[in-house]
Write a new protein. Sequence first.
Length: 437
Amino acid sequence: MLTAFARAFKTPDLRKKLLFTLFVVVLYRIGTNVPIPGVDYKSVQECVDQASGNQGLFGLVNMFSGGALLQITVFALGIMPYITASIILQLLTVVIPRLEALKKEGQAGTAKITQYTRYLTVALAVLQGTGLVATARSGALFQGCTVASQIVPDRAIFTTIVMVVTMTAGTAVVMWLGELITDRGIGNGMSILMFISIAATFPSALWAIKKQGSLAGGWIEFGTVMLVGFVMVGLVVFVEQAQRRVPVQYAKRMIGRRSYGGTSTYIPLKVNQAGVIPVIFASSLLYIPALIVQFTNSTAGWATWVRSNLADTAAPAHIALYFFLIVFFAFFYVAISFNPEEVADNMKKYGGFIPGIRAGRPTAEYLSFVLNRITWPGSLYLGLIALVPTMALAGFGANQNFPFGGTSILIIVGVGLETVKQIESQLQQRNYEGFLR
């Protein structure tokens, strides 16, 4: 990986792309530290210090925003509205025929769907920004903080509107920066910004583990956590690279005097076909009841049960339900993102077949069988990785937002591998050494 980056900096056009990407990343990090109008910055910092290591229900969103959510900055919402909008439209593509037709139109249809994603992102940013401002005004953003109610001293409607508009504009700028990286930089812009947001929380989280430790000044705990982190990274890299290659043979066809086809290829089916999306879905679904209880302050029996079972990440009911939801959403997302019948029809149209399997419906059934078989270990792997911070690292004072947790490691490794692959492919296009290397 380091060799690929060194060779990229020696190539002039790739060096410009890398420097441009770095420049946009610096702008993004500056925006995550600029507070919005109407917020008492001193009170916010005091509450953040008191809530250090215990970010509560907003921990996942705060991680995706690089710590900007609890700081209530211009980029407080971060990339989450865009991620949510993209997932919603991806799910609606299966349900709404119009979106499915646009997806099949190629580049023009994809551009239209991207435009819809932008509109939905802005709408979600307004909704989430309003919820964040209302939560900050009520003091529920930092439970237990003595000055939580003083974070927004001015309760006027104009101040509230300005705060919501500022955060919505910040989300639009983040979306624009991500698209700039995609067009003029290296890698997928949204993924790069997500990578930077998560990586930015690593130093403070690791130092908090060291300060909470008691063995050799905390260095024993720090070293153990680092070792566990490296083992997890190695495991995630191994599984993310694993795939089942289904062989495909294309028959020869005579068109005029020329012969086409006769080649052999394969369909790569990844063990973790769903990526990190099942973990995000499961986390979001489990947060909804806890958020309702937090906002309503209900003392009913169901609210007490939610507080003791769903809101507590160490409760057996929370662990079991979290694991079950991850497995369920892994199968659900794979089912809607990979259509075996469509793949079988395309193969049949171009004269392709799987050796030993008849073209058409038998091919679709075979692909479904293979996909179900490899999704089981992939879903179980996701569930175990997501539960590592709760089960294995509880002794070090870590929580679900621990830097080497499942969600953060899956995103970090996935984006890192994809970016390195893009750099290597562009290097190969510009300087192919072949057998001389």
